[in-house]
Design a protein around this ligand. Structure first.
Ligand code: URA
Length: 214
């Protein structure tokens, strides 16, 4: 798809001190064309004072319908991994780099389609607004899209996973808090892995690093 003329959500992001207001405004976003076929925008979910923010790629089919992040199969696997690692999901804030579900239709099914780099970039003002309100101590990047959204297009999860890095990436941008970031596998990659047990164990091992700094 050619890059359109309106590649940013910025005009739709309200200046607010409230995550609830941010979430309410999100469904009106027209910052890129992904809003149109989607059911609704899916904002992050979790307590205002969350110390940990988990960032996924984009809502899936179930999330698009329910309006909440990580409530489908990938979310169930994430819940299991967090529990095994000793990270409490209820006290974490869970969100996505892209707030609308991107898919292609195949008969009655909606098949996940990866967001393009410009779509991720267009959506970044929402993620930045969430981070500016939360000022997290730990940011967990689930998969390549989240990693690139935060660390830039050359970031490779496979090379940097499981390692604590400075948060925020630019170091001096106190708007987003001060702490650490860690990249790991996306739960959907675990679901697709040939050796699912080994992939799950790897995800849990990375999340244990997070548990260790909380
Ligand atoms: N995958 C994601 O990246 N996010 C969700 O919310 C669900 C599945």
């Amino acid at each position: 798809m050619p890059r359109p003329d309106w590649p940013t959500a910025a005009p739709y992001v309200p200046a607010t001190a409230s995550l609830a207001e941010l979430a309410a405004a999100m469904d009106g976003c027209r910052g890129c064309p992904l809003w149109e076929p989607a059911t609704q925008a899916v904002p992050g979910a979790g307590p205002d004072g969350a110390r940990v923010v988990l960032v996924g790629e984009q809502p899936g089919d179930v999330e698009d319908v329910q309006g909440r992040p990580f409530v489908g199969p990938a979310g169930r696997l994430l819940d299991e991994a967090l529990q095994e690692a000793g990270v409490d999901r209820a006290s974490a804030y869970v969100t996505n780099a892209v707030k609308h579900f991107k898919f292609r239709a195949s008969g009655k099914r909606r098949i996940h389609a990866s967001p393009d780099t410009w779509e991720v970039r267009a959506c970044t003002p929402w993620l930045q607004a969430e981070m500016a309100l939360l000022k997290p101590e730990v940011v967990v990047l689930l998969g390549a899209t989240a990693g690139k959204a935060v660390f830039g297009p050359s970031f490779r999860v496979t090379q940097s996973r499981g390692v604590l890095m400075p948060w925020p990436p630019s170091g001096d941008d106190a708007r987003f808090g001060a702490g650490q970031a860690l990249a790991t596998l996306h739960p959907s990659a675990v679901l697709r892995a040939d050796d699912r047990d080994a992939a799950f164990a790897g995800l849990v091992a990375d999340l244990r690093v997070v548990a260790g700094v909380l």
